[in-house]
Design a protein around this ligand. Structure first.
Ligand code: ZN
Length: 436
């Protein structure tokens, strides 16, 4: 028996149905219709949600974050990427214990869900032990979240891991976790960044991921300094180097892609790779402006990510959509760029249709900063905030209902996280400024 949501405005694939209903059965959307629910839909419903004044849309995908950084908010102030990583973030990551990771992940996922994301790609940067990774997956399972864990690794430079250890852990994760929780958990290969990964290991891990039909997810060309390093070492710009290694393909996600040449953009399109755009992090760290209009014109698949809370400092996908829009229009001097339907498609390629996964969010549109609505799509991108997310359903299950997480003591979680994060900063020898 199903869950019927009625009297909502439905938004899907750039189309708006002013008044309609959705019937969910099991983990799937069973029926979508305009107007009042059909008799069949009513008969099939065990639970009914009146969604008058609300907008239903497919759940958004936060395609790049680092959930452990939920304990590292506010440290980015005034530092460029490499200083910030070496002087602060890497120290905090190295000092995290298993319980820190579990709590930071849980709170990060709660924030992501509250920000409209039903799928999160977590580029997991603290695989300090098996437990440090497994607790991330357990936390996602406990909340009912849909998570892709891209197991980060680097076999060169600070905190490098031995190649054999990386391969063994990846193999273990694929075998034990890929497709777990009825498919809600996926594993991906997560090379940290090309200049910290050897050619051989990029190839070996990519081959391993391909054996499992899994993605490879990697920061690429976030800053000019990184492009210069790869160019100096290999004689090639990063995308062309990755392509020469044979790892650039439809299973490859390049995170950031801020500094790309025309040749690199054409190569990304040719190989069918995707680019994950993280506008907030690019602005906060002063990394630059990704060539999104050029990537769109080349037909490259584009996704949106918040990036980690240490370099954003939040996980709100509505803010991410808004920032992506404003950034391009400001620097390109063109108000026609990234219309709402384009940026919504970057945040979710799913649709409200029978047979689709029942990952949906309900937005409360009865708010002073939204009403009156001139254009629903524009309101979603320009007006809605994460705090307007009313209800979240993942795999057919109510995860958040009327702004309350189901089955979770959220205030207790926050209190515990606050204490653990302060303790972590002291242990890592990193000053935590302006504590409330
Ligand atoms: Zn990142």
């Amino acid at each position: 028996m199903g869950l019927l949501i009625h009297d909502a405005t439905l938004v899907s694939a750039g189309q708006v149905i002013p008044r309609g209903y959705v019937l969910i059965q099991g983990t799937q959307i069973a029926t979508v219709g305009a107007g009042s629910p059909s008799d069949d839909a009513r008969a099939a419903a065990r639970e009914v949600l009146d969604a008058a004044g609300k907008v239903i849309l497919p759940g958004l995908v936060n395609a790049h974050t680092h959930l452990e950084q939920t304990f590292m908010r506010g440290y980015s102030a005034g530092r460029p990427l490499l200083d910030w990583l070496k002087g602060c973030i890497w120290k905090l990551q190295a000092a995290m214990d298993v319980e820190d990771v579990r709590l930071a992940t849980t709170l990060g996922l709660v924030e992501a869900i509250r920000g409209g994301a039903t799928t999160v790609i977590d580029h997991h940067k603290v695989p300090l032990s098996r437990r440090h990774t497994d607790v991330v997956l357990e936390a996602a399972q406990a909340l009912g979240a849909r998570l892709v864990l891209a197991r980060a690794w680097a076999d060169r430079g600070t905190y490098a891991e031995a190649p054999a250890d990386i391969l063994a852990d990846l193999e273990r994760l694929f075998a034990e976790w890929h497709g777990a929780a009825e498919g809600r958990i996926q594993i991906a290969n997560g090379p940290l960044v090309p200049w910290r990964c050897s050619a051989e290991m990029l190839q070996r891990t990519s081959a391993l991921a391909r054996r499992y039909g899994a993605l490879t997810h990697c920061h690429v060309s976030e800053t000019q300094a990184e492009v210069a390093m790869t160019l100096e070492e290999t004689g090639l710009r990063p995308v062309l180097w990755l392509d020469r290694l044979g790892v650039l393909g439809a299973d490859f996600q390049l995170v950031h892609g801020v500094w790309l040449s025309d040749e690199e953009i054409a190569r990304i399109a040719e190989r069918g790779a995707a680019v994950v755009h993280c506008p907030a992090a690019n602005m906060i760290l002063g990394s630059g402006v990704a060539p999104i209009p050029h990537l769109l014109a080349a037909g490259v698949e584009l996704l949106l990510g918040s990036d980690g809370p240490a370099s954003n400092d939040g996980q709100d996908m509505f803010e991410t959509m808004r920032l992506a829009t404003y950034l391009q229009r400001a620097v390109m001097h063109d108000a026609s760029l990234l219309p709402p339907q384009t940026v919504l498609a970057m945040a979710s390629s799913a649709s409200l249709a029978a047979g689709e996964k029942a990952d949906i969010v309900l937005l409360d549109f009865d708010a002073a900063h939204i009403q009156p609505v001139g254009n629903v799509l524009a309101s979603i991108v320009y007006n809605v905030r994460g705090s307007d997310v009313d209800t979240v359903i993942i795999d057919g299950r109510l995860i958040m209902r009327h702004k309350r997480m189901v089955g979770l003591d959220e205030m207790g979680l926050i209190a515990e996280c606050r204490a653990r994060a302060a303790h972590l900063a002291r242990r890592a020898g990193v000053a935590q400024l302006h504590l409330p």
